[in-house]
Write a protein that binds this ligand. Structure first.
Ligand code: C2E
Ligand code: MG
Ligand code: MG
Ligand code: MG
Length: 273
């Protein structure tokens, strides 16, 4: 009895492992052809100044328009992209597509708004990064002032990236820290690395009205940002209570479902015109 149970466990283990490996290679294969067939689309989430009511920018967020499964969110494939070694290619595609879209909007007479792109750590190992970046902007007749790069705290900690990030900043690109406060409690890197902007993570915003600890953390982030001269935006704002708290505590820049979810490009046109 015990023996056969053991055998079964082995069998299940093997089978699961094999399936996992097969799944990985399958996803990698699909991703390659998805990139070739341009099956990815970007949605754009408006960022609002809640005091003036103005749209101040937007974040480009990727979706996979799978021929059979429909629209798939990045949560299910971004890790696979990274594992398949396709992140540089994907980020290059996002950058180009954002620039193409901004160029198209401008031709339609829509005022250009700064658009942020999520940058993963691996992209910084891209050769000739700055040259390529500038040539894409140039190709679409755009200045560097239309772009913002969102990096995570783990990327911000890697000092080897600082010269490159500094160059981007010198060119007028905004560098922001995404999901701020979620990974590292040390604020030390802020001392060494001159970011422009901090995005307060949604996990703190959800605590507004519920957790006085979250509220205190938000107020502390607002204080640090204003003292160090960083721009600030709150992510994942869903309720009027959260909005009112943030405005009251001097964080009027808001990105969240309360105003808009990520929208397809056509919806952005309607908003802007
Ligand atoms: P993120 O950069 O922190 O993006 C914000 C996420 O929060 C987005 O999820 C957005 O749809 C969601 N969100 C915005 N407002 C609200 C809200 O009020 N409530 C709730 N519950 N959620 C809200 P999404 O689009 O699923 O993206 C998830 C993550 O995938 C992103 O987190 C980012 O880390 C990554 N990602 C998305 N696009 C790209 C990309 O082009 N390249 C890379 N490397 N990563 C990307
Ligand atoms: Mg982001
Ligand atoms: Mg975020
Ligand atoms: Mg996030």
């Amino acid at each position: 009895q015990a023996k056969s149970q053991e055998d079964r466990n082995y069998f299940i283990f093997d089978w699961e492992l094999r399936e996992k490996l097969e799944q990985k290679t399958m996803i990698a294969k699909y991703l390659h052809s998805a990139l070739e067939r341009e099956e990815f689309v970007l949605h754009y989430q408006p960022q609002i100044n809640a005091v003036t009511g103005q749209m101040i920018g937007m974040e480009a967020l990727i979706r996979w328009n799978h021929p059979e499964k429909g629209l798939i969110g990045p949560g299910t494939f971004i890790a696979a992209v990274e594992e398949a070694g396709l992140m540089i290619q994907l980020t290059d595609w996002v950058l180009r597509e954002v620039c193409r879209q901004l160029c198209e909007w401008r031709k339609m007479g829509i005022p250009l708004l700064r658009t942020s792109i999520n940058i993963s750590n691996s992209w910084f190992y891209n050769r000739n990064l700055i040259e390529n970046l500038l040539s894409v902007l140039d190709h679409y007749g755009l200045g560097t002032n239309v772009l913002e790069f969102e990096i995570t705290e783990s990327t911000a900690l890697l000092e080897e990236h600082y010269p490159l990030l500094q160059q981007m900043r010198d060119h007028g690109i905004i560098v922001s820290i995404d999901d701020f406060g979620t990974k590292y409690s040390s604020l030390n890197y802020l001392k060494h690395f001159p970011v422009n902007k901090i995005k307060i993570d949604r996990t703190f915003i959800t605590g507004i009205g519920i957790s006085s600890i979250d509220e205190t953390i938000i107020k502390s982030i607002v204080f640090v940002a204003s003292q160090l001269g960083y721009d600030l935006i709150a992510e994942g704002v869903e309720t009027v209570e959260q909005l009112e708290f943030l405005v009251k505590h001097d964080c009027p820049h808001i990105q969240g479902f309360y105003f808009f979810p990520p929208l397809p490009a056509e919806e952005i046109i309607k908003l802007a015109s």
